[in-house]
Design a protein around this ligand. Structure first.
Ligand code: ZN
Length: 258
């Protein structure tokens, strides 16, 4: 084969390859579009049907096995990229000065702040002290303000947590009760699970069943969208050990309502 023929042959092979890979790409695109169309057709993307049931599936936050295979830094890069895609799909101009850094801001906020409680490395270090005062009645830490996010809509729910316990010999620093609430709130959550996670952790830390948690919260997925009710609030409670006694519940509620 002469040099020129060879070149032409290669070019024609290359263009064949190009056409072939383009056809493949188009086929894939067509397949993807069909899949998306199919998905839209068959999925119940009606938010009215799917959106408002706040079902809590278990005590543990459902996590993948390899949740922490990626570093926080890698997660932020990936979230920023994906959030940019969402903004782009919404039709926002990402070259606009006000919007261009939003994907990075959201990624940083997710990992370092509002969802930092997903990572056990961020769990507050708890130290206990001897109950030197021999205080045997309930201790109530009330009106702990928290901010969490509904895992069904990814919008905030916020309110007050009231935590009580009776010492079984050890006492916990008061600010730690606050920190435990904040740790479990900083996850995509449902209020029922948040209540139980705080209670179960306190039971383990304080080595007692005598723990109570009451949460009163407003959900933005109820007030700002959906039924748009901005006066209702949701109350959940956990009463363990001595707090199952109705007199103790009344006593606790009297302190909280003061
Ligand atoms: Zn919700």
């Amino acid at each position: 084969m002469q040099a020129r023929t060879c070149k032409v042959y290669i070019i024609s092979k290359l263009s064949e390859h190009k056409v072939y890979s383009q056809t493949l790409k188009q086929k894939k695109l067509k397949k993807d579009n069909l899949l998306i169309e199919d998905y839209i057709e068959n999925s119940n993307l009606s938010c009215d049907d799917a959106g408002d049931d706040h079902i809590s599936t278990g005590l543990e936050t459902p996590m993948k096995k390899d949740s922490f295979a990626m570093s926080d830094k890698e997660k932020k890069v990936k979230i920023s990229h994906l959030f940019k895609e969402i903004m782009d799909v919404l039709g926002l101009d990402l070259t606009d000065d006000s919007l261009k850094d939003t994907p990075n801001r959201v990624a940083k906020m997710y990992i370092e702040e509002i969802f930092s409680g997903l990572n056990p490395a961020n769990k507050p270090k708890i130290s206990l002290f001897e109950n030197k005062y021999r205080y045997k009645q309930m201790l109530v830490e009330k009106d702990i303000t928290f901010y969490s996010n509904c895992e069904h809509h990814f919008v905030p729910f916020t309110g007050k947590a009231h935590v009580a316990y009776v010492s079984s010999g050890k006492v916990i620093g008061l600010s730690k009760l606050n920190r435990i609430v904040q740790y479990y709130a900083k996850r995509p959550q449902v209020q029922e699970r948040l209540t139980n996670q705080i209670a179960e952790d306190l039971k383990e830390i304080l080595n007692t069943k005598d723990v109570a948690v009451i949460i009163d919260a407003k959900h933005l997925c109820v007030s700002s969208r959906g039924v748009k009710d901005n006066t209702s609030s949701t109350i959940t409670s956990y009463y363990g050990g001595v707090f199952q006694d109705s007199a103790k519940i009344t006593e606790l509620q009297n302190y909280i309502n003061k």
